[in-house]
Write a protein that binds this ligand. Sequence first.
Ligand code: MN
Ligand code: MN
Length: 309
Amino acid sequence: MTHQPRASFKSPRFAQPATFMRLPHVEDPKGLDVAIVGVPYDGGTSYRPGARYGPREIRNQSSLIRSYSYFQKVAPFDTFNVADVGDIDAPPVSIEKAYDAIEARIGTIADAGARPIVAGGDHSITLPVLRALATRHGPLGLVQFDAHIDTWDEYFGGKYFHGTPFRRAIEEGVIDGTRFIQVGIRGPMYGEDDFDFHRQHGITMIDIEQVKDRGIAWTIEEIHRVVTGPAYMTFDIDGVDPAFAPGTGTPEIGGLTSHDAQRLVRGLAGLNLVGGDVVEVSPLYDGPGQITAVLASNLMFEFLCALAK
Ligand code: MN
Ligand code: MN
């Protein structure tokens, strides 16, 4: 393929401006199979800020990732033409304007025939990505890894923030509730009626106790049972336990391990995936060694390999 990561025997891994996995940076997605794109926007955050710095740190920490997946038995850069198309310049002062910029750029990427892998940004950014992809593929199935349901209705009277994207996505018809599965849900809720919307729209939820009791293989089977047709993966890094992923906006204890997360993303191979994202990485709160950004970059690599299989 035309584009390959910069050779680590010619250029040390810590040299040169950071791009995802040291891939070439190109502006024009034409000719790409997969486009890596950052969305440095966190205006939809309700608690700790800083996810706007996620894309830069994910790129920085992706420099060590080697290009062959031994566990997935795939070399994605031999299968796909992949490049880093840079960031979407989402205006930081208006969520509606940010959504317009995100939807437009993702649309350009999709129209070029490339599948986007998005580095967020807070979880509010997934809605305009889904809008752009559903315009082209029809209503999508969705796999959401998250501690939180993100199907609440509003916040301080606002319809758009990182707790509402999937309610809006169902209301707008861009995702199909019966092909939507949430994995890793936990933490205190407002009440049992938090799940009324799930019942009304046929959403499948696998909470963290089910994942831990019934296992990763069972969880992957459930994902494949529910998520048919064109589909999208959204990975909120707070789905992983804050012991492994402290650098995030709304931490919830008792979550997935980083290894659980790797195996779950690997298990997506075979779905008809039109794109995906990893969101809610806030480097301001990250632990020693930037472990959250290291994890996020590796989950993006596992997702790329799952696409390539
Ligand atoms: Mn969350
Ligand atoms: Mn979320």
